[in-house]
Design a protein around this ligand. Structure first.
Ligand code: PLP
Ligand code: TYF
Length: 398
């Protein structure tokens, strides 16, 4: 049966972690995978999450199935976090939201459903570059993949003119995948004025925006990092899609907490969308998992815990900003070329501009792991490893 099965290629990011774990050199540093770790290098367990978890443990509730579309309170609280409490879209009942297995299943369920709606000619335009799973998920769902310009290597910033030009050439009905904030892998985001320009074009060209938001709160805060969603909601665009993840913002990576939200023209359309989302989930994995969603809903559903969670999120964000500033300062102190642009980039990641050869030297000579593309995870830096990283980067770039 299986004699002809070939070896599938591994995930380049998770594969790098395996190589890192097998490295026996003391003092090795992993700037590859996108996981937030604290000053001590640990994945934090948020205090608010832990409190809810202790309450759940002592309540010792039975473990029935969740509904196909997940925990109702979780979905409602998710809508409020994404669109803003009191959003006219929510009041009009135009948003269909279902809990999913991380942001990844939100992407996949959304992709399957859109492919079904669009038929055989379904196309999606993805930023160049983007998170590698975007390509494989939408390709596997049957989409033709297109690219739009996004990152300008010469400025280490946004190629807005190129982006608008490429989006302007897409056929009506094309899905456009957009990172709401903290762009993975570049760390380069749009500001509100740039979003307005992009949204006007999406509307004019009748393109379908598909927003991926996996780092809400990691750059400026809950509302500011959802600017793209809030502006889309206000734009009058009839339909758009949002895939969100709580993996980072609640530090609940392994609990697989995310959601898919589809915005329709009216309440009736949203109800039909929800029925299709549920059908897609049912035919894939039946229903989502309960524990992580109960934790998120427990925190977001209490105004006291929610306030403290926002503080904890703020601590993570502030630490990342400090690491960006510290890295730029230490690089300059070690006589590296100018890396000032790192401070202007947002979220966990930075496209450092390091070449593949320089990344390999970092790995081989300094036991510092970055992605071949030059992406580094700034959230893996801390006061103890900052100078080591800066000295090594200076050494390979001189
Ligand atoms: N989208 C982007 C851009 C990501 O970086 C991630 C990261 O893991 C995800 C989606 C998926 O998140 P999850 O781990 O919740 O599936
Ligand atoms: O880009 C990252 O590092 C994170 C984590 O298949 C990740 O988004 C990486 C690869 C993957 C799943 C998650």
């Amino acid at each position: 049966f299986f004699a002809s099965v070939e070896m599938a290629p591994g995930d380049p990011i998770l594969g790098l972690t395996e190589t890192y774990l097998a490295d026996t050199r003391p003092g090795k540093i992993n700037l590859g995978v996108g996981i937030y770790v604290d000053e001590q290098g640990h994945v934090p367990l948020l205090r608010t999450v832990h409190e809810v978890e202790l309450g759940l443990a002592s309540a010792a509730k039975p473990r029935g199935y969740l509904p196909i579309d997940g925990l109702p309170a979780y979905n409602q609280l998710t809508q409020q976090l994404l669109f803003g409490a009191g959003s006219p879209l929510l009041e009009a009942g135009r948003v269909a939201t279902a809990q999913t297995i991380g942001g990844s299943a939100a992407l996949r369920v959304g992709a399957d459903l859109l492919r079904q709606v669009a038929g055989a000619g379904a196309k999606i335009a993805i930023s160049n570059p983007s998170w590698g799973n975007h390509h494989v998920v939408f390709r596997t769902a049957g989409f033709e993949l297109l690219e739009y310009r996004y990152y300008d290597p010469s400025s280490h910033g946004l190629d807005l003119a190129g982006m608008l030009e490429d989006l302007g050439k897409l056929e009506p009905g094309t899905v456009v995948l957009l990172h709401a904030c903290c762009h993975n892998p570049t760390g380069v985001d749009l500001d509100a004025v740039q979003w307005q320009q992009v949204i006007a074009l999406l509307q004019e060209r009748k393109l379908l925006p598909f927003i991926d938001i996996a780092y809400q709160g990691f750059d400026q805060g809950i509302a500011a990092d959802a600017t793209a969603i809030r502006l889309l909601a206000a734009s009058g665009i009839e339909a758009f899609v949002v895939a969100n993840s709580y993996s980072k913002s609640f530090s609940l990576y392994g609990e697989r907490v995310g959601a898919l939200s589809m915005v329709g023209a009216d309440r009736d359309e949203a109800a039909r969308l929800l029925s299709k989302i549920k059908q897609t989930i049912r035919t894939n994995y039946s229903s989502p998992a309960a524990h992580g969603a109960s934790l998120v809903a427990g925190v977001l559903g209490s105004s006291e815990l929610r306030g403290r969670w926002e503080q904890e999120l703020g601590e993570m964000r502030t630490r990342i900003h400090a690491m960006r500033a510290g890295l730029v300062e230490r690089l300059a102190a070690h006589g590296a070329p100018d890396f000032g642009f790192i401070q202007g980039q947002a979220g966990m990641f930075s496209y450092s501009g390091l070449s593949k050869a320089q990344v390999l030297r970092l790995r081989e000579e300094h036991a510092i792991y970055a992605l071949d593309s030059g992406r580094i995870c700034v959230a893996a830096l801390n006061r103890a490893n900052l100078d080591t990283v800066a000295a090594a980067v200076a050494a390979v770039t001189r």
